[in-house]
Design a protein around this ligand. Structure first.
Ligand code: SF4
Length: 294
């Protein structure tokens, strides 16, 4: 673990994303030990084994205290996404309690929070998240939002074997599903970011139906899906790592992945059109909305 003295911790976004509803973002760690092959933060800075380059922003609580005191004084309460470029509940957080300290500051200044995670460790902090849920000052320009805490669980698959290949450091999908249900049972606004779906692996009709049905069964309120995007040319880039995994574990899919990603980062327009139509149909069929706010 590398200790980092960060210069700032609260990032104001240029515009609020319609899915994630982020007015601000906080990343307590630099890099991510969940080490997903498709992760967009990969590249020259973090490299192939992101867990080895993991940095902990040890002064994050003090920085956040100053930043939120200032924003609160100006009545600039907005939704804080925790986190946008790491997971707030990495393995190291269990001992460190850095995210927990940040939540204490967020509660003190009554900011709403959106937790995005692949971990069950969020359960530990439900006491603080409950208080934030009740006491946060909500943004006036989001009249449909009535809750101060949103908890989103991220999935690219619910198959344990597939997750072990593409998300080697993350909590198993079955545990994530149980945690989602536990949060819903405690009354939290909670749902799923199904991003990124892996072409011909987790985006097949059979897999999608199983996923939507599992999310419904485990009491998700919303599901927002996203397709795969792969960047970079160096050996540690998301594109190189996913291609290597396909070659090793799904050699029969290699020609299709090469066709789509050899000279591009994104799926073609016809795929995206069919993809979002299918997602909308499955959402309706399962009574799961595709937005956090109804
Ligand atoms: S959990 Fe998120 S931030 Fe961490 S490696 Fe996976 S995709 Fe990247």
């Amino acid at each position: 673990m590398n200790e980092i003295e960060a210069k700032s911790i609260l990032n104001k976004t240029k515009r609020r994303d319609p899915w994630f509803l982020d007015d601000y973002t906080i990343n307590p760690f630099s890099g991510c030990s969940f080490n997903c092959l498709y992760c967009y933060i990969r590249g020259s800075k973090y490299g192939e084994h992101m867990e080895r380059k993991l940095g902990v922003k040890i002064n994050a609580p003090e920085l956040l205290e100053k930043a939120l005191a200032n924003r609160a004084k100006k009545k600039q309460h907005g939704i804080i996404v925790l986190a946008s470029a790491t997971d707030p509940y990495l393995q190291i957080e269990k001992e460190l309690k850095l995210t927990r300290q940040l939540l204490e500051v967020i509660l003190k200044y009554r900011f709403p929070v959106h937790i995005i995670t692949k971990s069950d460790l969020v359960i530990r902090d439900l006491d603080l998240l409950k208080e934030i849920d009740e006491k946060a000052i909500l943004p006036k320009d989001l009249p449909g939002l009535e809750r101060g805490t949103i908890i989103t669980f991220s999935f690219s698959t619910i198959e344990e074997k597939v997750a072990a290949i593409f998300e080697p450091g993350a909590t198993a999908p079955s545990i994530r599903l149980k945690t989602l249900e536990a949060c819903a049972n405690q009354g939290f606004l909670t749902g799923v970011s199904m991003m990124p779906l892996l072409p011909w692996i987790s985006d097949t009709t059979q897999q999608l139906e199983a996923m939507f049905s599992a999310f419904k069964k485990h009491l998700a309120h919303y599901v927002f899906p996203g397709h795969l995007t792969l960047y970079g040319d160096d050996p540690s880039s998301s594109k190189a790592l996913v291609m290597r995994a396909i070659e090793k574990h799904y050699p029969e899919l290699m020609p299709k992945y090469l066709e789509y990603f050899k000279n591009r980062t994104d799926m073609p327009a016809y795929y995206k059109k069919a993809f979002y139509t299918k997602m909308s149909e499955l959402g309706q069929k399962n009574g799961l909305r595709n937005r956090i706010i109804p």
